[in-house]
Design a protein around this ligand. Structure first.
Ligand SMILES: *Cc1c(COP(=O)(O)O)cnc(C)c1O
Length: 429
């Protein structure tokens, strides 16, 4: 495939935008080469500036679970835009999407809308601190919770991809309040709680991490965290920005039957527009302004365009709950097919999957936490794999630390073509 115009556009972009991109993971810095500039997209396919058609396994990094330009979402946005894009007043549609989210997600009474996943997790932690009157938080190495200061300590996603899990610019004062734990290691969490008795406000976790590749929680791990939190008056925050409205209508809380105190959302809940949200039971949510003392706000939070897209998306998912089974089945099919051809070609690998979250790691050993994920990413095989796939029109995330984002728009023909391409590329690894 030829990617000439994309490279020209990238050269222009780099002159006026740092690194030519408005979010680092979009650059191909980790895998080499220039990023692809997209002109339009529909269903499972991207069409780039050079006229190439690509099968998309990124789907805007997760939001487009029903594929690109999904008609009910696009129609809803167009209709509402004609009536004005923002009023800075309450609107009925905000209540409608809140009612639907509260119906779909277990264990929440109220939800507040923000403009990104970052804002959701940042606000959730402030709320947890205000509610408990404690200051420290526990996060897990390799988990990504957006780019606010408290979370850029051994962060996943782009932060590890570019080798800056601990970002300059985060003050020591902030960093000292973030305690770092090992994923899937309950004893490690226990000892952190022991040492910092009565100081920990919350444990924040991707209950099924997707930002160091997909890592399934060990049996009993999430349940163990729930118990520790109950025993020590710590709030458990599930960052379901990636897993929410994907692994089940009610996310991991529903799929794995573990309750969080606060759940954070993003990606799918906005249907492709900038939306994040955090939700909890009344007792906690009523601690927020204007009812309670914890301040949190947003000029464009809950704006009609974003709410229309989100409401259309959630309505589609709520009315067609078979979608969740369908994407799980498609991902399992992909899993089996890729496993088979990698084995046939003697490529050492581990495939991790929970429902429609899946990642392929090119190493001998199981990938169960940040350390093992980093080890398998260190051998450079992923970069060759990525470019081989791209050369054949398959667009996966340009990082060994990302899951593939599956959409229900993918047909079994698309999946077969993808498996056949993996077979072809495997011979070159
Ligand atoms: C994407 C993501 C975020 C950040 O969301 P943004 O909308 O990019 O700010 C936070 N947490 C998780 C688990 C994510 O996958």
């Amino acid at each position: 495939m030829i990617y000439k115009r994309s490279s020209e556009l990238f050269a222009s972009a780099q002159k006026v935008i740092p690194g030519g991109v408005n979010s680092p993971v979009r650059a191909f810095k980790a895998v080499g080469g220039d990023p692809i500039f997209i002109k339009r997209a529909e269903g499972a396919y991207l069409y780039d500036e050079d006229g190439n058609k690509l099968i998309d396994y990124i789907n805007s990094w997760g939001p487009l679970i029903l594929g690109h330009a999904h008609k009910p979402v696009i129609d809803a946005v167009i209709d509402i835009a004609k009536k004005g894009t923002s009023f800075g007043t309450p609107t009925e549609i905000e209540t409608k999407i809140a009612e639907l989210a509260v119906k779909m997600v277990p264990n929440i009474d109220k939800i507040r809308m923000v403009n990104s996943g970052t804002e959701a997790t940042m606000s959730a932690v402030r709320l947890a601190r205000g509610f408990t009157g404690k200051e420290k938080i526990i996060k897990f190495a390799g988990c990504y919770h957006g780019h606010s200061d408290s979370f850029l300590i051994q962060a996943g996603s782009g932060a590890i991809t570019f080798g800056t899990p601990n970002s300059p610019g985060v003050t020591q004062g902030t960093a000292k309040d973030t305690l770092l734990a090992k994923y899937n290691d309950l004893e490690n969490v226990k000892s952190l709680i022991e040492v910092n008795k009565d100081e920990i406000a919350c444990i924040i976790i991707e209950p099924v991490p997707g930002n160091m590749g997909c890592i399934p929680p060990d049996n009993g791990f999430l349940e163990g965290l729930r118990e520790l939190c109950d025993d020590h008056s710590i709030l458990l925050i599930f960052d379901e920005v990636m897993s929410g409205f994907r692994l089940a209508p009610g996310g991991v809380q529903e799929r794995m039957g573990v309750n969080a105190d606060i759940a954070c959302f993003g990606k799918v809940i906005g249907g492709g527009l900038p939306v994040g949200a955090f939700a909890a039971r009344n007792e906690i949510m009523d601690y927020l302004a204007p009812v309670g003392p914890v301040y949190q706000a947003g000029t464009l939070s809950g704006n009609p365009l974003a709410m229309a897209a989100g409401l259309a998306m959630l309505t589609e998912l709520d009315n067609n709950r078979s979608v969740f089974k369908s994407i799980d089945k498609k991902t399992a099919y992909l899993h089996e097919g890729i496993e088979k051809v990698l084995l046939e070609n003697n490529v050492a690998h581990t495939i991790n999957r929970v429902g429609s979250m899946i990642s392929i790691h090119f190493g001998e050993e199981p990938v169960v936490d940040f350390e093992s994920a980093a080890k398998s990413a260190g051998n450079g095989i992923f970069n060759k794999f990525f470019h081989g796939m791209l050369e054949n029109g398959i667009y996966i995330a340009p990082s060994a630390f990302e899951t593939w984002f599956i959409s229900d728009a993918l047909s079994y023909e698309d999946l077969d073509a993808t498996i056949e391409t993996v077979n072809k590329v495997a011979k070159t690894l």
